[in-house]
Design a protein around this ligand. Sequence first.
Ligand code: SF4
Ligand code: SF4
Length: 396
Amino acid sequence: MSDRKYSIRDILSMDACTHCGLCAEVCPAVLASKDGKLSGVYRLDELRKVNRRRDGIWARLLRRKAIPPESLLPFSDTVFKCTLCGNCQEICPVGIHLKEIWLSLREDLVDSSAYPKKIDMIRENLAGSHNVFDEDNEERAEWVEDMDDPPDHGFIKDKAEVVYFTGCVAAYFPMAQQIPKALAQIFQAADVDFTLLGEEEWCCGFPLLGAGLKGEAQKIIDHNIEAIRRKGAKTIVFACPSCYQMWMEHYPHEFEMIHASQYLHRLIKENKIPLKERNITVTYHDPCDLGRGARVFDEPREVIRSIPGVTLVELEHNRENARCCGGGGNLEMFDAALSGEIARQKIEAVLNTGADAVITACQQCVRTMNTYVRRNKVPLKVLDITEFVKESLADS
Ligand code: SF4
Ligand code: SF4
């Protein structure tokens, strides 16, 4: 491959692998495909072999040329069939930072021209239209017009205490637009002084990480930071865990950054959200980027439990051991069938709890699970936590 993208820690830790195989046992891609080549242990072995071909003593003595991209493509195919869920890293007994290595590996393969061509589309869409769907960015807040009684300002104010950063999926994808509508209604009920950025919101840049294009995110980061500064805001609220994680890890920490589930928890504790009695049993799916990624496990559960009459039952694999829904790592783009099979297994696990509904806290999880449920007419409600709280507002 063409470049060194790995930290010293990554390189040293690769040799620590004991081949215990635990990472394969929890990998949603392996469980859904039954293909061991999608496992962390296989991928690490291959990466070591590639690095030896590139940098080993024989490679240097024989002055070998760079590895041709065509010969890397079969390996690359396995690398991009990963949801970046981080379950392998969580379980690895010797503490190898596998998710970090998978991200560096994607960058390495892109630099080596051995990557799925759909990555070019992500790069072009973000550079051209500033959103992953290549939609008109002026339409980012069009969902507001579908609300029952939107204010004249359409939730886009010159100044506000709080900015709600919607993210591309919730802004454009009809199934996910219920999330920003719900959060806006809750904010109105709780009297939160908030604004949207409208067309000044650009994709946070997270899809670039999964596409191995991290180096191209800086222009986006600079733009979004400046847009928030102009609003004079103190706090940014994210309903999308990927946006939240991107901001927490790659943006300067100039403002309070908080996930919507945590913000709802705060508002409920301050008695700002009037809730009515429900009679429903639900389970909670931990989104990978919010749970394992940002270690937010308790607040969403406390929000659910604070709604009177709601019974919360846990999935067999929950919190740090939660299984991915199939929506991460841009997998849907590279292998929609594999993503769908992972979603099928997730829904099966949800049905085993006996819950009437699965609540999550991520627009992409809602989209992935709902797509499976609707296509297969499964009698199950899939809701984001914002939608569930909105349904539970006292006057709704
Ligand atoms: S990040 Fe998730 S999908 Fe990727 S190899 Fe690890 S467990 Fe499998
Ligand atoms: S869990 Fe860690 S040590 Fe075990 S096979 Fe996977 S990478 Fe190697």
